[in-house]
Design a protein around this ligand. Structure first.
Ligand code: AHR
Length: 501
């Protein structure tokens, strides 16, 4: 394989990376909440029913925000159902996922769990089938100090201090035909504007997220987003977009090229935002909240109508493999490469359901290979995103031309240490790489971590949880200001370079 070259220059930076791009998403869907983060009676459950074995796996991800509760779940969500004494909470049919919602886990349980996990909550309000006032009530309950109906009720429920939620999603995927309450960009933009206005009048510290397109494949993208922004631009703070990629053709080289769609998706969404900004002559900068993304293979439509109206049923429990670790990895690197405009990124979802953390009811918890990609992204991806100038050998896949074998991003942390993330997309050959550090001074290779496996479909199971785990035996070497390394076929690499002071 031909040599791939990366040039980094001390003066060429993209932007500081926002801490909120290290976030996730928890929806009461399948066994994400019930049987995932919450399972009273489980041997590791604490007195509140939170599984400690799951917390041990979520905490190292060092998540900034967890988006809650949805997701499709939001479109018929009544936030008031999940507060107050548990024995008085209503059981409801939950139509998005065709389950029974017992509401034993609600808004305050998620607040408690998030505190234990060390993350903040990004709350979603239902504007699909409810309205401005219910959204404002939720802000009043969560954030108002005291002396009003909803804030005093929160205090009565045991929460003297306000939850103080800063980030609020103005409903979810309302462009989607699968959503109860689907509407047009214009109608939604007007509603979102008024909701955001009311919510901010109650708490001027909050930031709101306009629900844009649910996929780059939506026929209404980007006009839905433009129409919604047109109505709400100066009243909201972020545009949300979502994307899931899959390998339906069972064609690994093609699958691994799909982050190119993510890249174009960001560019188009940013152009759409800036077009509306220019049209309005606004000074406000709206950025992107990529608040649902992952790889996804199962078919939601089929799964949810199986075995209806159960309290807890396994849904969307995809078995993720080594190739999914790389496909997700490329999406994460695309986020870092757009650090100047992507300020929130929530990997979807956190446990069991389209997730890399898996549990057995009453049994163990283990992780699938993409867990490690996200873990390393979160651990080493903080700081400043550096511009990478790249010359890589390329391939053509079924749907894409000129796909670089190398995918990469580089980050400098606050100590001046540099991390180069590098993926070799080749299914059969190692990729030699040379990294030229221009003007950075003296550096040494600290470590070269590799996630690899013989077979693209290798994964971990409860019985064999360590089949695909990262190792520290990468061969990166420093010579002067040049790093050389060989990236094994189908591998995710983290090359840590320490500044010698
Ligand atoms: O994450 C699963 C579902 O995917 C979410 O509920 C929805 O927002 C998206 O379509």
């Amino acid at each position: 394989m031909k040599l791939a070259k990366i040039v980094l220059d001390k003066d060429y930076v993209i932007s500081k990376i926002d801490e909120k791009v290290f976030s996730s998403f928890v929806e009461p869907l399948g066994r994400c909440v019930y049987g995932g983060i919450y399972e009273p009676g489980h041997p590791t459950a604490d007195e509140k029913g939170f599984r400690k074995d799951v917390l041990e796996l979520t905490k190292p991800l060092n998540l900034t925000l967890n988006r809650y509760p949805g997701g499709n779940y939001t479109s018929t969500f009544r936030w008031e159902d999940g507060i107050g004494p548990k024995e008085e909470r209503k059981r409801r049919p939950e139509v998005a996922w065709q389950c029974i919602e017992t509401n034993q886990f609600g808004l305050n349980e998620f607040y408690e769990w998030s505190k234990l996990n060390g993350s903040d909550v990004m709350m979603t309000v239902n504007l699909a089938t409810r309205g401005v006032l219910e959204a404002m009530d939720c802000v009043e309950y969560c954030n108002f100090t005291e002396g009003t109906y909803w804030s005093d009720l929160r205090i009565k429920h045991g929460y003297r201090d306000p939850h103080g939620y800063k980030y609020w999603c103005l409903t979810n995927e309302i462009d989607g035909v699968w959503q109860v309450g689907q509407t047009t960009g214009t109608a939604y933009g007007r509603l979102a504007r008024e909701a955001s206005k009311g919510m901010k009048l109650l708490d001027d510290n909050i930031k709101t997220v306009l629900a844009g397109s649910s996929s780059p494949g939506q026929a209404s993208f980007p006009s839905f987003d433009a129409d919604a922004l047109e109505e709400s631009y100066d009243f909201i703070d972020y545009l949300s977009i979502h994307q899931y990629i899959g390998n339906a053709k069972n064609d690994t080289p093609n699958y691994l090229a799909k982050s190119l769609i993510t890249d174009q998706y960001f560019k188009t969404a940013i152009a759409t935002i800036d077009y509306i900004k220019a049209k309005k002559g606004s000074n406000k900068k709206v950025n992107i909240s990529f608040d649902e993304f992952n790889t996804w293979h199962s078919i939601a439509e089929e799964a949810r109508f199986d075995d209806k109206w159960k309290v807890v049923k396994p849904l969307l429990e995809d078995v993720y493999t080594m190739e999914d670790a790389l496909a997700l990895g490329s999406m994460l690197l695309t986020v870092l490469k757009h650090a100047d405009r992507v300020e929130i990124a929530c990997m979807s979802e956190l446990v069991n359901c389209i997730s890399h953390i898996r549990t057995r009811d009453g049994g163990g918890a283990w992780v699938l290979p993409p867990y490690y990609t996200f873990l390393m992204y979160s651990k080493y991806g903080r700081g400043t995103s550096l511009l990478t100038s790249v010359d890589s050998p390329k391939y053509d896949s079924t749907d894409f031309a000129d796909v670089p074998y190398l995918d990469e991003a580089a980050v400098m942390d606050d100590n001046g240490d540099i991390t180069v993330f590098a993926i070799n997309r080749s299914i059969d050959e190692a990729l030699p790489v040379q990294i030229d550090l221009r003007g950075f001074g003296n550096y040494a290779v600290d470590k070269h971590i590799v996630l690899e496996s013989e077979n693209a479909k290798d994964t971990n199971t409860e019985e064999d949880p360590n089949r695909v785990v990262p190792h520290n035996n990468g061969n990166a070497q420093m010579d002067g200001s040049t790093v050389t390394a060989s990236l094994p076929k189908l591998s995710w690499n983290v090359i840590r370079l320490k500044a010698i002071k």
